[in-house]
Design a protein around this ligand. Structure first.
Ligand code: COA
Length: 193
């Protein structure tokens, strides 16, 4: 468990990063995701089933960011990538077209990463994704993010993720996504321990 006090004057309360029983706390996690990412009630209900199924996959793990009074304000989860999973089957042709489909093997996939807006920009997202990938046995990590210059994309680039494919269309999503990959361990910020 990592005690995570945030940065200097931006600190408002201590947040702890540690293992999360995501199946047990799925509703709290989806409440964070709903406000961070913008999900309606219908989408939350769909995501709930997906998350519960994902947590039964071999090697699936989650970490949470929790306030001293036990509120969940951020979470990440992922698993060793499996080419038979829906996400892999969608991105595979895009990666293959660019000679990158080997990234689907021996890779830890980040499935979700969300931080409550009131707690963003304090390093919590960076701490969550770095900690979960530090415990991965795989030598690399992949993920997808909406293909735009978002804080998420800025964070992933700064951690060493590079674009493997762009304009990737998921059947259920209106916006195109970028698929990104990084060697593990993720890049540390200069001067960071
Ligand atoms: C992506 C997200 C999880 C990051 O969490 P966070 O706790 O705010 O992230 P951190 O404070 O650790 O890092 C923020 C980093 O984002 C980047 N960033 C922040 N604002 C940015 C902006 N406007 N443009 C580009 N990059 C930006 C920077 O790289 C920054 O790192 P630095 O300030 O340490 O150099 C959070 O913004 C979030 O939940 N967003 C909405 C949901 C989402 O998009 N999730 C990802 C789905 S793929």
């Amino acid at each position: 468990m990592v005690h995570f006090p945030g940065h200097g004057h931006r600190r408002s309360e201590d947040v702890v990063i540690g293992p999360l029983d995501l199946a047990a706390r799925v509703d709290e996690a989806l409440a964070v995701q709903a406000v961070a990412f913008g999900l309606g009630a219908d989408e939350v209900a769909v995501r709930r089933q997906i998350v519960l199924r994902h947590m039964t996959c071999p090697g699936a793990r989650a970490l949470g960011a929790t306030t001293p009074d036990g509120r969940l304000v951020g979470f990440v989860y992922g698993m060793p990538n499996d080419r038979t999973h829906w996400w892999s089957t969608v991105v595979e042709p895009y990666l293959r077209a660019r000679g990158h489909d080997d990234w689907l093997d021996d890779s830890f996939v980040i499935t979700e990463l969300h931080v409550h807006p009131r707690h963003q920009n304090r390093g919590i997202g960076r701490a969550l994704i770095t900690a979960i990938t530090d415990d991965a046995a795989e030598p690399r990590s992949i993920l997808s993010a909406i293909d735009t210059d978002s804080p998420a994309r800025g964070l992933y680039h700064s951690l060493g993720y590079e674009d493997l494919a762009r304009r990737v269309l998921f059947p259920s999503a209106p916006m195109p996504y970028a698929v990104m990959g990084a060697p593990l361990p993720l890049r540390r910020r200069e001067g960071a321990r």
